[in-house]
Design a protein around this ligand. Sequence first.
Ligand SMILES: Cc1cc2nc3c(=O)[nH]c(=O)nc-3n(C[C@H](O)[C@H](O)[C@H](O)COP(=O)(O)OP(=O)(O)OC[C@H]3O[C@@H](n4cnc5c(N)ncnc54)[C@H](O)[C@@H]3O)c2cc1C
Length: 503
Amino acid sequence: MTDPVRLDLSRRAVLGAAGLTAGAGALGALSDDAAGAPGLQGRLPREVDVVVVGAGISGLVAARDVRRGGRSVLVVEARDRVGGRVLNHRLTTKGATIEAGGAFIGPTQGHIARLARELDVPTFLEHTEGNSVYVSQTTGRLEYSGTVPPDPTILPDAALLLQQIDSYAAEIAVDAPWTHPRAREWDTLSLRDWIRGTAVLNPEGVANLIECWTQPGFGADPRELSFLFVLWYVACSGDERTVGTFSRNSDTAGGAQERRFVGGSQLIPLRLARRLGDAVALDAAVRRVEQRDGRVRVHTSRGVVSARRVVVAAPPPRVLGIDFSPGLPDRRRALLRHLHMGRLMKCDAVYPTPFWRADGLNGFGLSDTGAARAVFDNCPRDGEPGVLLAFVGGDTWREFGRLSRDRRRRAVLEGFAEMFGPRALRPVEYTEHDWTEERWTGGGPTAIHRPDGSLVRFGPAVRRPFGRVHWAGTETSTYWSGYMDGAVRAGERAALEVLDLLR
Ligand SMILES: Cc1cc2nc3c(=O)[nH]c(=O)nc-3n(C[C@H](O)[C@H](O)[C@H](O)COP(=O)(O)OP(=O)(O)OC[C@H]3O[C@@H](n4cnc5c(N)ncnc54)[C@H](O)[C@@H]3O)c2cc1C
């Protein structure tokens, strides 16, 4: 029997796979670190040992390790900045920094934690003091302590479901989820249909609550997610010594949302890029990768570079935009076609102070309707200015993401006001960032498998090199896939792969 206290679909779940914060334009105002990482100007080198495609955390880590291994490397990045899905945004109010993309880290994410220490980027604990707020059509507005939304119509089913998810996830091999005896069945079953078939009292109610986890966590709704993929994602929420659990994925204290980075998570790729210096070329979109005569020619918008090995660390669906010669193997192409970026935006409202804290609230809120389904306290470490963050993902994105900015702003603020009172209607600043509009990312926070059997059929190709081309990026990780930690792990693994072959 599940301990109901561990059922935190609330704060945790929501925090789950999202980061905090929103930003505005492409670059926003970056920290001073940005000035230190202009990258390679002028002509690209004609030859290097390894070309890395993509200057997100994964590509930069791969490049760092290749260089440490004594090989020459060049990272080619399509954008005019580094960091990919990790992006700082500087607020006008007090010049505070928040994140538009990945933000949180937590226990068992040792690879990103180690990297941050190496780069002198400290962390701070996410604010959790005070009550959370739950708004639902059945219960109305409730304040509650602990982590469980106190909705008696949902709790019994939630307890049952989460216990079941943890126990199935414990059976999944993180490096080969397709080998589970029920893999085929689960990969054509949606999370929603599994909930409908398993919940006893209130399947619709519990599915609705679970959306508060899947919308920020996957940028998708339960009907869009393969049940096998969800089980694997939970299984990945641990490390080699610690089995993955739902609560570690979704919790704040003790979970993936436990901490944030002082100065914003983008300091990590910015500092990595600064160390790599001329080994990073911005505005160099890769258009074609040609393997012949024992080398790989990488055609970019800034010229052609010849390499002995290539590491591709771009989001999976973006890889389809690259022309490979010879063409990608059928299985890999099919895998890429069946991976879809989630739909997610972050909307932040800024206040002179975190007024909710003075009211005894911790800034965390869940709602079963409206634009603000999953809300977090997103203040910087010193608590000022006050920032509330809403994740607008999946079907909530479909409903509100396409409205005008003004109408969406109003809907988000009304959601905040339902939770924290009318002061929430009068922010001094509002900012939002829609990842579906980012050409070189295409959505977020990660790429998902739909319930179409594709994880079983094509998943085995995920890390398989294609000639001299190797694959990195968070989606190729075996732990914390979809997260910054997974990005680091994948970069490290890909670097080892190529170094081994270059010996
Ligand atoms: C809103 C949001 C919230 C998130 N919250 C969290 C969180 O709280 N905690 C957490 O751990 N993770 C979070 N994540 C996920 C995390 O940000 C990602 O898992 C991680 O940053 C992925 O890193 P990556 O290097 O694998 O890929 P990316 O960061 O996507 O980097 C890939 C790079 O490849 C480049 N590229 C693409 N195509 C080409 C091409 N043809 N040529 C050259 N370059 C190309 C891109 O421009 C990009 O820079 C969040 C993500 C989003 C969007």
